[in-house]
Design a protein around this ligand. Structure first.
Ligand code: ATP
Length: 370
């Protein structure tokens, strides 16, 4: 599926002028508050008609102002999930779900109720009213209601924003299943790096109503300059690694990469499966010799590719570790003191405990498209 967007739209003093194309399974619209994410989602969903432009899904025109085309929102076959679940309070979960299908002509229905209930793990909730559901359960039902309507595209606008961390952790695996097990492409709005890094196959970065970058998640995450100021400390590199074993005595999981073995706090993922791990740049130290007598468990050899000196005290060092790229944020002072320069062989050092559930995805998304 290819989503192509090229629109201009004015909202009061705000000018949105956004163009991008994506064929990702889950494309995150990422940017700070007020950058235009929700406006863009509303333009794709047909809640707003753009002043000028064109939006198409696999060549099917949703809007083309030059040709006078504007497909009404109920004809777009788009499933919407908002920050708040917006379930009907007087209806049970199963009635809420069935409502999703009500307006879809029989010939366009492909979603199977039992499969959706199973995908989202909501079988035990079917007879309950929404007021007896937790925030996370409500969101799973809201996703189910959107899916039952047999959409060709899902728009999810900050679906986790109103949930606490425990509820977020509970629902993330279901969104991963949605991404991997259905063929429905998802456009997902978020301003959380942790969420985007974990879920997205592709990212469109927005700032001030403009697209400042778009591309595969691993590439975009390395460009710390693109990330909103307040999220920059969370930026880093992404590694897709294979689980090679578990150490029950110490509660660790081992993962293999071209550059050696990684050890992390134990995750419940089968040996052989691939997981995506985010390594924050601020958590990576650099040594010029193989370190000895060190408590840190992850020491991987690599070669410096690039050093970006910041205006302040910091520098960003890009290290190629057997094909995988690691970013390290250290002081400019250390760059000088260690004589770091492109081409130099170094050792990247990362403590195992810097990894927590928020930066380990239970599975790596498949490459975009596809
Ligand atoms: N109907 C409107 N009239 C005037 N200005 C609007 C209207 N709708 C949105 N805006 C402005 O457009 C800008 C972009 O808003 P939008 O909600 O798309 O941003 P966002 O990136 O989704 O932000 P957030 O993360 O806070 O939800 C904001 O400055 C907002 O105030």
């Amino acid at each position: 599926m290819t989503l192509s967007v090229d629109v201009r739209h004015r909202l009061g003093a705000f000018e949105l002028e956004a163009a991008f194309e994506t064929n990702g399974r889950l494309t995150a619209l990422f940017g700070p508050s007020g950058s235009g994410k929700t406006s863009l989602v509303n333009l794709i969903g047909g809640l707003i008609r753009p002043d000028r432009g064109r939006i198409a899904v696999d060549g099917r025109l949703l809007v083309d102002t030059a040709a006078g085309t504007f497909l009404a929102k109920h004809k777009r076959r788009i499933g919407y999930v908002f920050q708040d679940a917006r379930l009907f309070p007087h209806m049970s979960v199963s009635q809420n779900l069935r409502y999703g299908r009500f307006f879809r002509p029989k010939t366009e229905r492909y979603a199977d109720m039992a499969a959706v209930v199973d995908l989202l793990g909501i079988g035990d909730l079917l007879d309950r009213k929404p007021n007896l559901l937790s925030g996370g359960e409500k969101q799973r039902v809201a996703i189910g209601r959107a899916l039952i309507a047999s959409p060709q595209l899902m728009l999810m606008d900050e679906p986790l924003a109103s949930l606490d961390d425990a509820r977020k952790a509970e629902i993330l695996p279901y969104i991963e299943r949605l991404r991997d097990e259905t063929r429905i492409p998802i456009v997902y709005v978020s301003h959380s790096i942790a969420e985007v890094a974990r879920l997205a196959s592709d990212i469109v970065v927005l700032a001030g109503g403009r697209v400042t970058a778009s591309g595969p998640t691993a590439e975009i995450m390395q460009r710390l300059d693109l990330l909103p100021e307040e999220e920059r400390a969370e930026g880093g590199s992404m590694l897709d690694l294979a689980v090679s074993g578990h150490d029950d005595q110490y509660g660790l999981t081992m993962l293999t990469s071209g550059a050696g073995e990684w050890r992390l706090p134990r995750i419940d993922t089968a040996v052989g499966s691939r997981v995506r791990v985010r390594v924050r740049a601020r958590d990576v130290m650099i040594a010029t010799e193989p370190p000895q007598g060190l408590s840190a468990m992850n020491i991987v050899a690599g070669r410096i590719v690039e050093i970006a000196m910041g205006d302040g005290p910091e520098a960003l060092v890009k290290i190629d570790c057997g094909g995988g790229i690691l970013l390290s944020r250290i002081t400019r002072h250390s760059v000088q003191a260690l004589g770091l320069e492109p081409g130099k062989r170094v050792f990247a050092v990362v403590k195992a405990v810097t990894f927590d559930r928020a930066n380990i995805a239970s599975r790596a998304p498949l490459a975009g498209g596809r």
